[in-house]
Write a protein that binds this ligand. Structure first.
Ligand SMILES: [Zn+2]
Length: 395
């Protein structure tokens, strides 16, 4: 019978180093995997990402558990069956995972007390998620967040023990266990039946809730119709998040030369000012286009403008006039722009004229019989395009 990997992480989640023997090696998708007699590595399971670390000189890049309960360690250099190896897990990664995982238990209990029950968890990505049955308002989430943080700061001791099916009835588990037989219970707080939380879980957890440090909910999202996904992080990840956001807000304050708390007011004031300016520019552009249009007196006008933003306003004026055609061009951001406007009672179609011009600027475009627009990257062809269009319109 195969010897199943002894799970040192379940005996002591704080064990960082160990010695063990390689019982078997195999290759999966070109990567060598080794099975050890005993291991302190945690595999990807129960919504928690695996540990990484080292086996002698080899990097352990992933750890998975097979159906028999054996752990397979993916390594980046060759190891042989029978070898005794020194194992070391990446402790900072593990500690960060334990902070998220223990925080997840605490947040799950905080929501449970507000009558929202956990249906799924995921801690494999940078931001952890907890799926709850039913709707959750932001106010309710903030209450659960505060309750969870108070439980963290209460420094509850955390213990782990195994109970058989019939003993399980003595502890108020939040969720029914997914396994039968001996069930591993993680208890946060002291007391036989009145601790803060009891969960059936095979993961790695901290010794004390205070080590979670802090928990923050970032956002809520509706999933599967009526369930709610809660995005959160704990512990050291929040320090990284706080540093990023602090630097970001401080840079904004500096840019606006204002105290941090008035940045939102200044931002709103600037956005309003921008809207006012946009309206003013649109008004002035319309007035300028009207002024230019006064010079378009002949039935066919060909014009190259300095400002491409005037083309739409000018074209709009021309199409409202009787019997006039305007062929307009401009440069804009390294591109040649062409617009053809045909007024009332003009037999020429704007799109047909535009097509002639586009061939000179390697352009694309289209439009309606009275108005067509296009642009191309061959800016040096703009003058030739306007001339070719003039010739076509005059013939
Ligand atoms: Zn757990």
């Amino acid at each position: 019978m195969t010897v199943v990997t002894t799970r040192l992480d379940r005996l002591d989640a704080y064990q960082q180093h160990f010695t063990s023997t390689i019982l078997e090696t195999r290759e999966r998708k070109g990567v060598q995997q080794v099975r050890l007699e005993a291991s302190a590595f945690y595999p990807t399971a129960g919504g928690q990402a695996c540990d990484t670390g080292w086996l002698d000189g080899a990097n352990v890049t992933a750890v998975s558990e097979d159906d028999d309960g054996n752990l397979w360690h993916a390594v980046d250099s060759r190891l042989e069956t029978g070898e005794e190896v020194m194992g070391q897990i990446d402790w900072m990664r593990r500690l960060e995972h334990m902070q998220q995982h223990t925080g997840e238990h605490i947040l799950g209990q905080a929501f449970y007390r507000l009558e929202r029950h956990v249906v799924a968890v995921s801690m494999e990505h940078a931001v952890c998620t907890l799926d709850l049955s039913g709707e959750v308002s932001w106010e309710l989430a903030m209450r659960a967040e505060l309750d969870a943080n108070e439980a963290i700061w209460a420094a509850h001791p955390i213990s782990t023990y195994e109970l058989s099916d019939n003993q399980l009835e003595t502890v108020p588990l939040r969720r029914a266990p997914k396994v039968s037989g001996l069930v591993r219970v993680v208890q946060i707080g002291t007391g036989l039946r009145d601790a803060f939380d009891y969960s059936a879980c095979g993961g790695t957890h901290l010794h004390n809730s205070a080590e979670v440090g802090m928990l923050k909910i970032f956002k809520l999202e509706r999933v599967r119709g009526t369930d709610t996904r809660v995005f959160f992080n704990c512990g050291s990840r929040l320090l990284g998040d706080y540093r990023f956001k602090h630097d970001f807000v401080a840079a904004l304050g500096l840019r606006f030369s204002t105290a941090l708390e008035t940045v939102p007011i200044r931002t709103n004031a600037m956005l309003e000012e921008l809207e006012r300016s946009k309206r003013e520019v649109a008004h002035l552009r319309g007035a300028l286009a009207l002024e230019i249009s006064k010079s378009l007196t002949s039935p066919l006008s060909v014009l190259q403008l300095e400002d491409a933003s005037l083309l739409p306003d000018l074209a709009k004026i021309v199409i409202s006039r009787d019997g006039q055609i305007a062929i307009l061009g401009a440069m804009d951001g390294g591109k040649a722009i062409l617009t053809v406007a045909c007024g009332k009672d003009v037999s020429i179609k704007a799109g047909e004229l535009l097509k002639i011009g586009l061939a000179h600027i390697d352009g694309r475009g289209g439009g309606k019989p009275e108005l067509a627009q296009g642009s191309g990257s061959r800016v040096e062809g703009l003058t030739a395009a306007l001339e070719a269009m003039r010739a076509a319109a005059s013939s």
